[in-house]
Design a binder for this molecule. Structure first.
Ligand code: SAH
Length: 389
């Protein structure tokens, strides 16, 4: 007999939707959904037959109507510093990357939201491959599931995974609904039990969606600023032409005010001779002070300095250590804490902006990038290509 009913992937459903599925589709009590959530997210069980506190009849019903389809691990790479990277197959053609970064007392998972990215930020490796599609809720929370299983994570008991940052491939605010739903599973006690502040969404500055996020969710916001003037920012982050700095800062102020006392993190990737000069630090400082003043809170604006992580074919370079320290010091001297995010997982290309994955439907952008690489290889003598990095 051919079973033609499409099975519902339970990873696509947050608590409210899973309860609805139990009540409406299965004709079961809503609380049964809670048991199933714990099996999936706390114990990493995907086979309904192993969910032993469910009756046999319910298990059979689930078998007919549902499945727990997790991303397929195509490849994984542990790094010498404890960082761990996964290449996860999403549909037979496309793959994305997720990275786990352990640090003193915490474990952060960097999660992707799209296959590729449409924004074309000039200094980001993901951009070179173009955009293919949004990830589903299941594919987003599936990355957390894979990492949690690998780590033996049990919320509130054996807590290995303490933070999630939506800083992998893609622009999370361009996949709003799926990202918000996945983040609600991350924060749910029946999911991964993370505190609101420990889930961070990073955006290149989708202004209208920052407002929507403020209305619908309650997570930490990080904004990729990278430049203090529109002229420079538009060059680095083309989205700035649509939503310039003033509009972006206004949206950040609204977000912070709505959340009362919440800080906003501004990411600043330091690129040699591009945005690493004292005038840039002073401009950044002005923007941050203005932000603090408008939300009436000291240190409401936090700055994360990210030394540029090079990748093949890029025209940018990481500033030398002295320039990075100098930039940081200028901010520090003005009373601003600005940690330098040190590269982790260097040996496995797991750093910010280096995630690539595999995009099947290659867009023109990737073809162009490959052409540039080839031209470069032809013009650079062997061994010289890395000289700039
Ligand atoms: N689309 C989201 C998430 C992107 S990745 C956003 O733009 O915020 C997370 C951070 O890494 C962003 O601040 C991004 O600008 C930064 N980044 C991208 N490429 C980088 C690179 N090669 N080196 C250092 N940081 C990079």
């Amino acid at each position: 007999m051919n079973e033609t009913v499409a099975k519902q992937n339970l990873l696509d459903l947050d608590r409210a939707r899973l309860e609805d599925f139990f009540a409406d589709t299965l004709g079961e009590k809503r609380y049964r959904a809670h048991q199933v959530m714990k099996w999936i997210h706390h114990r990493h069980v995907t086979d309904f037959n192993e969910m032993t506190d469910l009756g046999k009849a319910l298990r059979a019903k689930l078998e007919t109507h549902a499945e727990v389809r997790v991303p397929q691990v195509q490849f994984e790479k542990p790094s010498a510093d404890g960082t761990h990277k996964w290449l996860l197959g999403m549909d037979g053609k496309n793959a994305i990357e997720a990275v786990f970064i352990p640090d003193k007392g915490r474990g952060t998972l960097c999660v992707s939201s799209q296959v590729g990215c449409a924004l074309n930020c000039q200094f980001c490796s993901t951009a070179t491959q173009g955009f293919n599609r949004n990830l589903s809720t299941a594919e987003i929370i599936g990355q957390v599931w894979v990492a949690a299983r690998h780590l033996g994570n049990v919320p509130h008991k054996q807590r290995k995974l303490t933070n999630v940052v939506m800083m992998g491939m893609g622009e999370p605010l361009m996949n709003f609904d799926n990202v918000v739903r996945a983040m609600s599973i991350m924060r749910d006690d029946l999911g991964y039990g993370l505190a609101n502040k420990r889930v961070t969404l990073s955006t290149a500055g989708m202004v209208p969606m920052i407002d929507r996020l403020g209305e619908e969710s309650d997570v930490s916001l990080a904004v990729s600023l990278h430049a203090p003037t529109d002229e420079l920012r538009s060059e680095l982050v083309p989205l700035n032409r649509k939503y310039p700095i003033e509009q972006l800062m206004d949206a950040c102020v609204r977000y912070a005010l709505r959340k009362k006392g919440e800080s906003v993190t501004f990411e600043y990737t330091l690129m040699k001779d591009v945005n690493d000069q004292p005038e840039h630090a002073r401009g950044l400082l002005r923007l941050m002070r203005d932000f603090d003043r408008r939300v009436q809170m000291k240190d409401a604006a936090k700055v994360n300095l990210i030394p540029f992580n090079p990748f093949p074919g890029t025209r940018f370079q990481r500033p030398d250590e002295e320039a990075i320290r100098g930039f940081q010091k200028l901010l520090n001297n003005a009373g601003m804490i600005a940690p330098v995010r040190r590269t982790r997982g260097d040996d496995i290309d797991a750093a910010c902006g280096q995630l690539k994955g595999q995009v099947a439907d290659r867009t023109r952008r990737q073809a162009e990038h490959n052409k540039r690489l080839q031209a470069q290889a032809a013009s650079v003598p062997a061994g010289g290509a890395d000289a700039a990095a």
